[in-house]
Design a protein around this ligand. Structure first.
Ligand SMILES: [Cu+2]
Length: 316
């Protein structure tokens, strides 16, 4: 079921309503007819003597015939109209790739997995309980500077050890300096930080007893980052997928069709052809993307996870 804010949600309800109306009418009439005209209930005398191949012309009812032609025609015309309008609403305007709130990505289907490639940077906050502004992240050419300010230091500094962790790469702890402010070169291990990486910087305090309290967490994805089966996309942006399918070397490039049921969008992707698909998430959360074009033995396992996150400062 597509999200409530999508045009397909209203369309689904419209079709469901009329299907129920027609269904109830048809089955009620059918049941009535079956019961009233069952064998033995109508006497031999009044039984119609029908001749095979001859239409019982004397039973003509022009009004009834016109009704059952015109009424369904009006209903079908109406459903065509509302479907057409939702398609226009959904596909009518291609998002401008250069616009601030357009987030472009590449999506390639393989037998049997989805590969996402970032062409724009994305940054968002994970969980965090530190007082507002008491932990700051600043992008610099060398990496990300983390600043931890006095109020966090005094709250946790005496009882525990503040730690900054850069995950996906390696745990990299920093001790709190005496003035309560720490600016660390997170890239000390020589990793090409923010270059084609998805990195998570976590600032946590390890309190006595060994428990971790996460104070702040920031995620970075840089243009060039490639990931299989999982993607993060910014909320309230026009998401523009550029899509094709490729071979894996072992398996050939075949037809696939990514289907994002949350937004009701689906599109065929073919070898050697780049095509697009776009949608506009308006809620954060985790959603599924499946393949809806039979593409071989493990077609049903081609499921990717799409996380909608609240971006920092819009799409980069
Ligand atoms: Cu597929």
């Amino acid at each position: 079921m597509p999200a409530e804010y999508t045009v397909f949600n209203a369309l689904y309800s419209e079709f469901m309503f009329w299907s129920i109306v027609v269904g109830v009418f048809t089955f009620a009439w059918m049941t009535y007819t079956l019961l009233v005209h069952r064998q033995g209930l109508v006497s031999e005398k009044t039984l119609e003597k029908l001749t095979p191949g001859v239409f019982p012309k004397e039973r003509d009812n022009l009004k009834l015939e016109l009704t059952w032609i015109i009424a369904p025609s009006i209903l079908i015309a109406w459903l065509v109209w509302v479907s057409w309008q939702s398609l226009v609403g959904s596909w009518g305007t291609i998002p401008d790739p250069l616009a601030e709130d357009t987030f472009e990505m590449e999506l390639v289907g393989y037998q049997w997995f989805w590969e996402f490639t970032y062409v724009e940077n994305l940054e968002w906050d994970g969980k965090g309980a530190a007082p507002d502004g008491s932990i700051t992240f600043t992008n610099t050419t060398g990496g990300v500077e983390v600043g931890i300010w006095d109020d966090v230091a005094t709250t946790y500094g005496a009882s525990g050890q503040l730690v900054v962790v850069l995950s996906d790469l390696a745990d990299h702890p920093y001790n709190l300096t005496s003035d309560g402010v720490m600016v660390g070169d997170i890239d000390a291990k020589g990793h090409p930080y923010r270059m084609g990486e998805h990195s998570v910087i976590t600032v946590k305090v390890i309190v006595e007893g060994g428990d971790d309290i996460i104070l702040a967490e920031r995620h970075h994805i840089s243009a060039g980052y490639v990931n299989v089966g999982e993607a993060w996309i910014p909320n309230n942006n026009d998401i523009l997928y550029r899509m094709t399918t490729k071979d894996t070397g072992e398996h050939p490039a075949v037809l696939h069709a990514p289907f994002l049921s949350e937004w009701g969008v689906k599109e065929d992707v073919s070898p050697g052809i780049w095509t697009i698909m776009y949608f506009h998430p308006q809620e954060t959360g985790t959603f599924e993307m499946t393949c809806t074009e039979f593409c071989g033995l493990q077609h049903s396992l081609m499921i990717a996870t799409v996380h909608v996150v609240e971006p920092l400062g819009g799409a980069a």
